[in-house]
Ligand binder design. Structure first.
Ligand SMILES: Nc1ncnc2c1ncn2[C@@H]1O[C@H](COP(=O)(O)OP(=O)(O)OP(=O)(O)O)[C@@H](O)[C@H]1O
Ligand SMILES: [Mg+2]
Length: 247
């Protein structure tokens, strides 16, 4: 490792090569999430962002390379074991159980645990952060608005008491008001000590809250750095971030 941080990162992906059948999706993908930070993976459609999340969570197994969490290799472990070690996810399109109530969905986030009293306390603690959900505990999740469903997905992820939350396009399809709320919540969760790995297509939104960002293009990391540097370089904006004038 040529630039080893003084303290080992919480999450480290080291030269992952992932395939779907014969099609290669990641090419020597390496990245890391230091403890306590919000790290963002940017990239356009089909660049391999969601596959990165799946590789971290054990939902796809890379052909080669290593995923390390808290210093331990977790590549190839079953997903429940990875969750037990402290990683939870807010997947693409939220993936709630639409016919179940909000409360039932939230309790699914603690399914690996059996300490009923602590789970009840955690539900209370999580609902303090999401008061809107407390009023809707008995409502079927499928009848919530998109923004409310995103909140259920985030609250459910927190029920597992994670050290790291992986989020796949958390602001996708939300109204501007809910986008702001979700970005605020991500920062609040991070301030509570949870590290965040966030996948986003919307660079201008993600760079507002990230401590560090990577840009993925066709399965290759083509750029990485702190948001300030990416935003201040017009060539980078034009080449990799869509040259959005709002950036
Ligand atoms: N289960 C699968 N089987 C075969 N190919 C897949 C599978 N899942 C993803 N792919 C392919 O892998 C590539 C990367 O997909 P991935 O979902 O990781 O991209 P993404 O960056 O998340 O895209 P988007 O921004 O559209 O969500 C795409 O070309 C996709 O078609
Ligand atoms: Mg995706």
């Amino acid at each position: 490792m040529d630039h080893q941080a003084p303290e080992a990162p919480l999450l480290q992906l080291d030269r992952l090569n992932s395939y779907y059948g014969p099609v290669q999706v990641h090419f020597d993908l390496s990245l890391s999430v230091p403890a306590g930070q919000i790290v963002c993976l940017l990239g356009g459609n089909a660049s391999g962002k969601s596959t990165t999340m799946k590789a971290i969570l054990g939902l796809t197994r890379p052909h080669s390379g290593t995923v390390r969490f808290a210093g331990q290799p977790i590549t190839g472990l079953p997903t429940p074991e990875i969750v037990r070690r402290g990683i939870s996810s807010v997947p693409e399109a939220r993936r709630l159980f639409p016919a179940m109530t909000v409360q039932e969905n939230l309790l699914m986030g603690a399914y690996i645990r059996s300490d009923a009293r602590a789970i009840g306390q955690d539900l209370d603690r999580v609902l303090e952060r999401f008061p809107r959900l407390r009023e809707r505990l008995r409502q079927r999740a499928g009848t919530l608005s998109g923004g409310e469903q995103q909140m259920v997905a985030m609250a459910r992820a927190l029920m597992g008491r994670p050290r790291l939350i992986c989020m796949d396009e958390p602001t996708m399809g939300l109204s501007p008001l809910f986008v702001e709320r979700v970005l605020d919540l991500i920062q609040e969760i991070n301030r509570d000590g949870v590290s965040v790995f966030m996948v986003e297509q919307n660079a201008s939104l993600a760079l507002r809250i990230a401590h560090f960002a990577y840009v993925l293009q066709s399965g290759l990391i083509v750029l990485s750095g702190p948001p300030g540097r990416m935003l201040s370089d017009a060539r980078i904006r034009d080449a990799y971030l869509g040259g959005e004038p709002g950036l």
